[in-house]
Ligand binder design. Structure first.
Ligand SMILES: [Fe+2]
Ligand SMILES: [Fe+2]
Length: 385
C-alpha cells in the first residue's frame, strides 16, 4: 500500500504545508509531483515493479525450537480453553506489523503433536502445506489424504478441511495462504462450524470427519516441466509426494534450465494451469556443484528447503539454506541458486503468485545470458514456459 505523504515532506514550505493539510482534511491528496526543484515520480508511480517486501531468511534451527516451545503453551484441538490451530505466523520485516510474508501470501508454521487434530473449517483463501517433519492426515472436502515429510498438499477455495497426527512423532508443516491479497480485495471469508457444533467459542468440538461436502476443490493435479508447456499426467490428488517427485527430478536432468536447475510445476489437471487461482507451486533440484545464472521476475516467491544445502543470492545478499529453512525473494530482485555440495543434489519447494500475475498479463522475466546480455520476456500471460 502506498501511503500519502505526511506533513514533514512540506515542512520547509508553509503555504504548501497548509494546502496539504487542507487537502487531507477533505480526504484529498496531491496527485502531482510535490517536489518544487525537479519533477519526481509520485509515490504511487514506482519506476520498478517492486513493493515493500524484503528478502528474508528464517532458519530452521531457530524456528524449530520456537515452534516446539509453543507446544508447551498452547493446547490444541478440543476441550476447554484450547486452541483450534497451533500456528506461528512469519511476518515480513518490510511489511509493518502485518500478518503477511509477502503482500500476496500469509505463512505460518503449524505444530501438531502425536494424537492431536484440528477441527474443520473452510475459507475463500487457498492453502498449500509444505510438510517438514512427521506423518499426518488431512481431509479436504470428502477426500482423505495421508502425507509425510517433504510432501505438498493443496486445499482449494472454500473446501472444508481439517488435519491431524496419528503417528507417535511430532508433525510440523508450513502453511501458505493467499490471505493478504484476498483481504485487500475484500473477499476473504472464513467459516468455523465447530463453534455452532460446540455451542461456544471457548469449547471446541472434537475434530470429526467431513462428509460429502460439495466443494470447489481441485480433484487431480499434474506436473509440468518448467521451460516447457507440456504437462505430465499423474495420479496425484491435491498432493505432491516428495518420494515420487524426487525420482522424477533425478531422472529429468536433460530438462535442466539455466536459472532454476530442474524445476517442475505442480499443476491443476482441470485447466492445465497453476494449482490455484493465485498460487503457483514448484519443486526443483540442483545437481551437485550447480550454479545457476541470474534472473528476476514479477512474482514474489517463498522458498522452502527440502533436502541438501544450497545458497540463494538475492541482489547483494546470500542466504545459505538447509532443510526446512524459509526464504522470501521479492518481486523483480535479481537472484540465482547454488548447490553447496560437490556430491549430493539439493531440493527446494517454492510457491509464488505467478498464477495471478500471469492472469492479469503482468508476468515479466529478465534473464542474464552467459555473455552478460539480458533477455526480456516483456509483459506476458505465461510464466516459465
Ligand atoms: Fe484452513
Ligand atoms: Fe526465480
Amino acid at each position: 500500500m502506498v501511503k500519502v505523504e505526511d506533513d514533514k515532506v512540506f515542512a520547509n514550505n508553509e503555504s504548501r504545508l497548509k494546502f496539504h493539510q487542507k487537502l487531507r482534511s477533505h480526504n484529498l491528496a496531491e496527485g502531482y509531483s510535490y517536489d518544487e526543484e525537479k519533477l519526481k515520480p509520485r509515490p504511487y508511480w514506482p519506476t520498478e515493479p517492486k513493493n515493500n517486501v524484503l528478502p528474508y531468511h528464517w532458519k530452521w534451527e531457530v524456528l524449530g525450537e520456537i515452534i516446539k516451545e509453543s507446544g508447551e503453551l498452547v493446547g490444541l484441538g478440543h476441550g476447554k480453553i484450547n486452541y483450534d490451530r497451533r500456528v506461528i505466523a512469519l511476518t515480513n520485516p518490510g511489511l509493518e506489523n502485518q500478518y503477511a510474508i509477502t503482500t500476496s501470501f500469509f505463512a505460518d508454521f503449524q505444530y501438531i503433536r502425536p494424537g492431536e487434530g484440528t477441527p474443520s473449517h473452510r475459507h475463500t483463501p487457498c492453502a498449500v502445506r509444505f510438510i517438514f517433519e512427521g506423518k499426518g492426515w488431512t481431509t479436504v472436502g470428502n477426500e482423505n489424504v495421508d502425507f509425510e515429510a517433504g510432501d505438498i498438499i493443496f486445499t482449494g477455495q472454500f473446501a472444508w478441511h481439517n488435519h491431524g497426527n496419528k503417528s507417535n512423532a511430532d508433525l510440523l508443516f508450513l502453511d501458505v495462504l493467499d490471505i493478504p491479497l484476498l483481504q485487500y480485495l475484500g473477499v476473504s471469508k472464513w467459516e468455523f462450524d465447530y463453534w455452532s457444533v460446540s455451542g461456544s467459542k471457548d469449547v471446541l468440538a472434537a475434530p470429526y470427519d467431513v462428509k460429502n461436502y460439495d466443494d470447489k476443490i481441485v480433484r487431480r493435479s499434474d506436473l509440468r516441466v518448467c521451460g516447457e508447456k507440456q504437462v505430465r499426467q499423474s495420479e496425484y490428488f491435491n498432493h505432491l509426494r516428495f518420494k515420487e517427485v524426487r525420482e522424477i527430478l533425478m531422472n529429468s536432468l536433460d530438462k535442466k534450465n539455466p536459472y532454476d536447475g530442474v524445476m517442475l510445476e505442480f499443476t491443476n489437471s482441470e485447466n492445465q494451469g497453476a494449482i490455484g487461482p493465485t498460487m503457483a507451486v514448484f519443486t526443483q533440484m540442483l545437481p551437485p556443484n550447480e550454479k545457476t545464472l541470474e534472473h528476476r521476475h514479477t512474482t514474489q516467491t517463498i522458498y522452502v528447503g527440502v533436502e541438501g544445502h544450497g545458497k540463494i543470492y538475492v541482489d547483494d545478499k546470500v542466504y545459505e539454506w538447509g532443510p526446512h529453512d524459509v526464504i522470501v525473494v521479492p518481486s523483480w530482485m535479481w537472484h540465482k541458486h547454488e548447490n553447496s555440495s560437490a556430491t549430493e543434489p539439493c531440493f527446494l519447494h517454492s510457491i509464488s503468485d505467478a498464477s495471478l500475475i500471469s492472469k492479469i498479463n503482468l508476468f515479466r522475466e529478465q534473464r542474464k545470458l552467459p555473455n552478460g546480455e539480458v533477455e526480456d520476456t516483456m509483459w506476458t500471460n505465461k510464466y516459465f514456459e
